[in-house]
Design a protein around this ligand. Structure first.
Ligand code: SF4
Length: 310
């Protein structure tokens, strides 16, 4: 679909990705691609490859009028039934606050039963905005942001060129929480490889405790072809965790080290994981650890390799 012609269909720069929990949301393409990928960060991520190889996925902020047009097209289709919207792509929070406020206003005016608007955010998108701006966005109905911590260990973040510090990530999550915006933080099991597995697990658990995000989710690393991480593996510079037992051990250490006041809804429901978990921390910490330890003894409880996905 050409972005410049009169349209009856919503615009999508495919492929698009959304969190598993946003399966019933209307997806609105507010930005395309990822600003961090455009800066050459995140050596494990498919956005890194897309930015270099798929011209349609190069990072850009769409004109507000085009986004508003998509909201109007969506209204004609889903007007009264829609309850949730997710703003694509990888960091729609980079949009300047006055424009985001126009978008949020149009969303809530167009869909009378709308309860939630969410998006992905890089931590610098949050830190760049003032407390007042974040408060305005919350007031206007931005209810939830998804943030990729990836690791709470600085050596791991530097290894994958995340381009931010652990402390900045913690500060960003706390800042969004203070403004009343819920936060869903994601980390990647296996991102430190064999060499950094223990410190990745321990420090990620500690960072999760300090952030005290609303939701905390773990994915398991799946190597994307043609990423710098893929190259590092081929050159022998990064040794993957290959056994489910190693992955579960890392997950166990991580959960053991999450000392959050809570309540933090913890889940590993992403298709990349071997063991789907759900619980609320700190209340369910021991039960989660028991489930992990049982799975370490009984591999039949694990998702088969063939059923795992990005
Ligand atoms: S991991 Fe997230 S922030 Fe980094 S390039 Fe991928 S989508 Fe962007």
């Amino acid at each position: 679909m050409n972005e410049n012609t009169a349209r009856n269909e919503m615009f999508y720069a495919e492929p698009v990705y959304r969190p598993p929990s946003e399966a019933s949301s209307l997806l609105i393409q507010a930005t395309v691609g990822c600003s961090s990928a455009a800066a050459g960060r995140c050596y494990f991520c498919n956005s890194y490859v897309f930015h270099k190889t798929v011209p349609e996925k190069r990072f850009r902020i769409r004109p507000t009028r085009d986004i508003l047009e998509d909201i109007e097209i969506g209204r004609r289709e889903y007007g009264t039934i829609l309850e949730r919207i997710f703003l694509l792509d990888s960091n729609a929070l980079i949009i300047k606050t006055p424009e985001l406020l126009k978008i949020l206003k149009a969303c809530y005016e167009s869909f009378p039963n709308l309860r939630q608007v969410s998006c992905y955010a890089c931590c610098e998108d949050i830190l760049r905005k003032s407390d007042e701006e974040l408060g305005q966005l919350h007031e206007a109905g931005l209810t939830l942001v998804f943030i990729g911590l990836e690791s709470g260990d600085q050596e791991v973040l530097d290894l994958v060129n995340k381009g931010v510090s652990v402390q900045e990530q913690i500060d960003a999550v706390k800042k969004a929480n203070r403004a009343g915006i819920q936060t869903s933080v994601t980390v990647i099991i296996g991102l430190g490889g064999k060499r950094l597995t223990e410190q990745h697990a321990v420090n990620t658990g500690k960072a999760a405790g300090k952030m005290n995000s609303t939701f905390f989710a773990a994915l398991t690393l799946m190597v994307v072809p043609n990423t710098p991480m893929d190259e590092m593996i081929k050159k022998g510079e990064f040794e993957l965790l290959t056994e489910p037992l190693e992955i579960l051990k890392e997950l166990e250490f991580m959960v053991m080290n999450i000392d959050a006041p809570g309540p933090v809804i913890f889940r590993t429901n992403h298709a990349s994981n071997y063991l789907p978990l759900r619980g609320t921390l700190p209340r369910d910490k021991e039960a989660l650890l028991r489930t992990i330890r049982n799975a370490m003894k009984d591999p039949s409880l694990l998702r088969p390799e063939s059923m795992r996905g990005l």
